[in-house]
Each structure stands twice: as structure tokens, then as C-alpha cells.
Design a protein around this ligand. Structure first.
Ligand code: NAP
Length: 265
């Protein structure tokens, strides 16, 4: 989607995928400082490890302590977090959630959960954060300045039975259900979904996860993670180029890339 946006603007930039081990991060960042790079994206597991290697954090990255976008400014590296915008923007596009903040249940407490929980709290949601290792949820809650709005617990059927009634939003931030198969579902089988619930799965490959299929069968409205992916990418494009991002084009390019993989549907 970035290459499609660069081409549409007549820019000669190219988006490259680099597989970087944890101990290779300092070397890669030195390379970025040598010129010829607009910046980059940082993904799991480097989003927090990269922070001390940067010269400055801007926007949500400073509050979150996690970076998914780097801008090269001269020989300085500036860190941003556009996952927060991506999630926020994709939620705002859901008519079912326009009534405003309520109660959300978030599954998983890793890097993506950090941006999701931060965004929900900032918009006044009360968050029930559940992780298979509950200490991870407690640590994430403690790391966020708005932690007053969070309750934490273990991701199991009894806790979900206590948290879900009254919730308007369920967000899966675990990779459970992500390609490759076998498909799995982060919700224990015993958990019933109310049709009033909006179920948001951050996964976009497959296009419909087992969780989303189960939620749709229960009458819930649903979203996969593609809108968030495109929105965070569009924000990164603007940081790098200073241009408005061609979001529709980027979405189409992302959908075509997923379809070309043959397992998106
Ligand atoms: P992460 O930092 O590794 O966190 C994953 C979380 O899920 C951790 O809490 C982990 O717990 C938990 N988890 C893993 N396997 C589990 C299982 N079998 N049962 C219960 N919990 C489990 O990964 P991440 O960066 O947050 O990414 C998570 C997902 O979000 C991925 O599928 C990623 O593709 C997606 N994502 C999408 C977007 C988007 O734009 N749509 C953006 C970011 C991420 P442990 O620590 O105990 O393993």
C-alpha cells in the first residue's frame, strides 16, 4: 500500500521489508542515519526496544513508550506511534460505536493492546483487560497514565462471563486466529456473545477470523484489522512525505495484496 501511494504521488521511494533480529536493531538504525531513507515502520517485537535508540519521540509515542513509525530528519531519528491513530480512526468509522464511550473488553496485553487500551482510555472507555498471563495485563495497566479506567484479569471463561455483560466492545489483540491455519478462537467456547456487542479483531489475515465468524453468527457487528492497518499506514506516509495519503488507493492495494496471497477470504 505504501508503494502504491508513492507511485501515485510520482515519488521514487520504495518500501522494503527487512527481517531484523533484536541484536540487529542498532546496526539498522545506524544505516537509516546514513541518508537515502525517509524512515521506516517498526513491528513486533521491536516497538519498545527501539525507543532508547531514537533521538526524539513525538505525539503518542512519548506517552506510550512504543514506536511503530520512524522519520529520518537530517541525521536524527524521530519516533511516532500511528497505531493509536489507526485504531481510533477505524473505530470512529463504525456507526454502531458513535454513541460514545462505554465498556470495552480487550483480549491480550502485548504491543498492540498498549495502543488499543491507550486510545480507549483517552476516549473515556472503561477497559477490562484480560491476558492469559494476568501479570502482563497488570503491568500494561500500570504503564499507562490513565490506568484508573482499567480492570485486569485472566483470559478465561469465568472472567469473561463477569466482564462481557454491559460491554459494548470486544477487541481481540492476541494473534489467536491469525493465518497460517489451523484457525483458532481467543474466546473460550463456553462464552456467549450478545448481539449488542461490537467485535473488533485486529487480525486482517484471514479477512474473517474464526472469532469474527462466531460473532457474526451471534448477530454482532464486526470489524477486522484492515481499516486500522491502512489508517496507521496512511498516517506514516504523511509523516514521511508531508503529503495527504491516498487512503482509498492504499486500502485497495492492501486488499489486492491480501487477495493475491490467496487466503484472505
Ligand atoms: P504481541 O506483542 O506478541 O502481543 C500478543 C498478545 O497476545 C500477548 O498478550 C500474548 O500473550 C497474547 N497471546 C499470544 N498467544 C496467545 C494465546 N494462544 N492465547 C491467549 N493469548 C495469547 O503482539 P502484537 O504486536 O500485540 O500483535 C498482536 C496481533 O495484533 C497480531 O495478530 C498482529 O498482526 C495484530 N496487529 C494488527 C494491527 C493492525 O493494524 N490491524 C496492528 C498491530 C498488531 P503472551 O505474552 O503470554 O504470549
Amino acid at each position: 500500500m505504501q508503494d502504491a501511494a508513492f507511485a501515485a504521488a510520482g515519488l521514487a521511494h520504495r518500501y522494503e521489508l527487512l527481517d531484523v533480529p533484536a541484536d540487529g536493531l542498532p546496526t539498522l538504525l545506524r544505516l537509516l542515519r546514513t541518508g537515502g531513507w525517509l524512515g521506516g515502520n517498526v513491528t513486533v517485537p521491536h516497538k519498545t526496544a527501539v525507543v532508547p535508540l531514537l533521538d526524539e519521540l513525538r505525539g503518542d509515542a512519548a506517552d506510550l513508550g512504543a514506536v511503530n513509525t520512524i522519520q529520518v530528519e537530517g541525521d536524527r531519528l524521530i519516533g511516532y506511534n500511528t497505531d493509536t491513530f489507526g485504531f481510533e480512526d477505524s473505530l470512529a468509522a463504525q456507526p454502531a460505536l458513535r454513541r460514545g464511550a462505554g465498556q470495552a473488553v480487550v483480549l491480550g496485553a502485548g504491543g498492540a493492546a498498549r495502543a488499543v487500551v491507550w486510545t480507549l482510555l483517552r476516549h473515556g472507555w472503561a477497559v477490562c483487560l484480560l491476558a492469559r498471563r494476568p501479570e502482563q495485563a497488570v503491568a500494561l495497566a500500570a504503564a499507562l497514565a490513565h490506568a484508573a479506567g482499567i480492570t485486569t484479569g485472566v483470559l478465561d471463561a469465568p472472567t469473561l462471563a463477569a466482564c462481557l455483560p454491559g460491554a459494548q466492545l470486544l477487541v481481540n489483540t492476541t494473534p489467536v486466529g491469525m493465518w497460517p491455519p489451523p484457525a483458532a478462537d481467543p474466546l473460550p467456547a463456553a462464552v456467549a456473545l450478545s448481539p449488542d456487542l461490537f467485535v473488533y479483531d485486529l487480525i486482517y489475515r484471514p479477512y474473517e477470523t474464526r472469532l469474527l465468524a462466531r460473532a457474526a453468527a451471534a448477530g454482532c457487528r464486526t470489524s477486522n484489522g484492515l481499516a486500522m492497518l491502512v489508517a496507521q499506514g496512511a498516517a506514516a506516509y504523511t509523516i514521511w512525505t508531508g503529503l495527504d495519503a491516498p487512503r482509498r488507493l492504499m486500502r485497495t492495494a492492501a486488499e489486492q495484496a491480501l487477495l493475491a496471497l490467496g487466503d484472505a477470504a
